[in-house]
Design a protein around this ligand. Sequence first.
Ligand code: 3H9
Length: 700
Amino acid sequence: MSSENLVTLDVKDGIGIITVNNPPVNALSPGVPEGITACFEKAHADPAVKAMVLIGAGRSFIAGADIRQFGKGRVRQAIGDSTTDKLDASTKPIVAAIHGYALGGGLETAMGCNYRIAVRSAKVGLPEVLIGILPGGGGTQRLPRLAGVQVALDMITSGRHVPADEAKALGILDEVVDGDLLTAAIAMAKRIADIRPLPHISSNNARVIGIDPKIFDAQRKSIARRARNQKAPYNCILAVEASTTHPFLQGLARERELFVELENADEARGLRYAFFGEREAKNVPGIPANAPVQAINAAAVIGAGTMGGGIAMSFADFGIPVKILEATQEALDRGMKRIRDNYATSVKRGSLAEGEMTARLSRITPVLDYADIADADVVIEAIFEEMAPKQAVFRQLDAVMKPGALMLSNTSALNIDEIASVTKRPEVVAGAHFFSPANVMKLLEVVKGTETSAATMNSVMAMGRAIGKISVGCGNCDGFLANRSRGPFGMEMVILLEEGALPEQIDKVMVEFGYPMGPVAVGDLAGLDIGWAARKRRAAADPNYRKQPISDRLCELGRFGQKTGKGWYRYEAGDRTPHPDPEVTAIIEQVSTEMGITRRVISDEEILRRLLFASVNEACKILEEGIAYRASDVDVMWLYGFGFPRYRGGLMFWADQIGVKDVFEQIQRWHQLYGARWAPSALLRRLAETGTSFKDAKVG
Ligand code: 3H9
């Protein structure tokens, strides 16, 4: 689109209608702010224009600055210094007409207007903090003046999208309408054309005077946990604080200083990368985006265990009726009880209304007979991790499911092709790997088997999005992308324990790095018995399987984690706080002695790097095999599946910040020291030799 067409001006009946037309979301890309300014100046100078309407074409008002332009040094200048301030200085009234989203620079532009009208489905917000910056176009100075300091603090530090009705109640919108937006906005513009003096948020100081500075400290305290290691949330608070201590223009200058500190910092770069990585993951190479998509109006889940129940809840939570099938009435009753208990806990906590719980439960139908699920559009098998029983399920599904139904397995590691091979329709079989608890965790790993069709891949990716998941595609191998890339981290962890580390040190290092919980404590939460069973299976199948004697010994003592009150840590009744346990230290030291290892002090830095580099190396192997399609897919999986700190971008982005060459050289040193498990991947070697980042690696 040529830059003149990005923003247009129409004058109708005394009203200048300025329309932004920059699909898909009318971001303020180069040419857009300039276009708004030019159209505004033209309308302002035109004596025939009595008032103006600023509106977005297509699906949205303005979704903010163009995030791709950050780091290029012009974003703040374009938005903050000219357009919004020019609109604010207008002597003719301007109405911002909002549908879709008015986010970031979009809401800031709307706050430069004198009035704001929106359709009921619209949402407004200042989500800059989610990409590591602050509202730099006057938002931190105007929102407190418009909606009050506490509301501004909450909105700006959370980045929350506020629905139109709530925004009206908060004073951010003047009017919410149900009919045609442009018609309503023009009517409003005509109504207020002669009103003087015009309301300008910039000069409305009543709500920022006499504010108790304690509220800023309280806000800092309230965000401390989720804002750990980050700067943007704190700069957001400082900027809002400036609105209460500085006159408007000086407040803007302070906002600018605080913005500049953030724009190019690692935190903002990591979060921007995560934003685009998440969107890029939608595109599975070789799968045309226009491949047909199977609509999901009814779902079925096989297995009412913890995973099956969580998957059924995921459908029910998003309005999709789902049947859950078990082999026995007793197992079905147990599964349904667990689902009811989970919902009841949410109601008790206040995060779910009682009526909503009833509605969700009414969408879940327990059944015992395969014939009852035959008409489902998708079926997800979620029984225990063994090939033969899974194949038996798929034989049954093949016999009953209607033509075209998607037949998916929630396996976290088993071969999709072997599962598909027992059916006459391998093209509709794929992996749909949910993470536990399935109704909470946002990642859906969509695994393409050799025969999986493009339509099936597209449909499963879309299904994930329809139930609020982030779908990421990958190919078929033992453990797929997520668990296979995480495997060496887990193995290195137990080796570090054998060499000299203790659980509490490993957890401290990883929590300080930014994980919400340490990996050892996560093991206790998930239950250690599952891994124990898997290790026994692997050891039986592979004589060279590297044993994990410390983990095995804990399990032999019945220390299965939180559920038994003891695992890597000990727990007091009714309390989830992990307490280091001298009994565990003794077991660890005993195993080290038995293995002939002289324990040593291991630095925090070594722990961090060994855990993560082991996985970086494995991820490179997965990339070079073409099972992962791009480094950013690994990152999205680590963000949503394993709690990797988002402001670090993801595993591979983090490694890129260290530098491929340094990572490679360190891995080579460990290869010499520790042997085969550290053999560097060919891709890693090639990238190091050619000076290519993981992000830019061409793979597959
Ligand atoms: C800001 O405003 C700073 C200011 O304070 C000024 C400082 C001086 N830029 O998400 P979707 C693309 S910071 C560039 O799939 P949805 C997106 O990549 C900004 N591109 O759709 C995707 O492209 P593709 C503050 C953007 O309906 C396509 O649009 N604003 C931007 O699920 C569709 O997006 C934000 O942080 C952008 N700003 O969700 C809002 N926004 O098709 C960020 C979207 O090639 N955006 N794209 O993959 C969002 O939260 C969601 O995109 C939105 C729509 C809710 C708008």
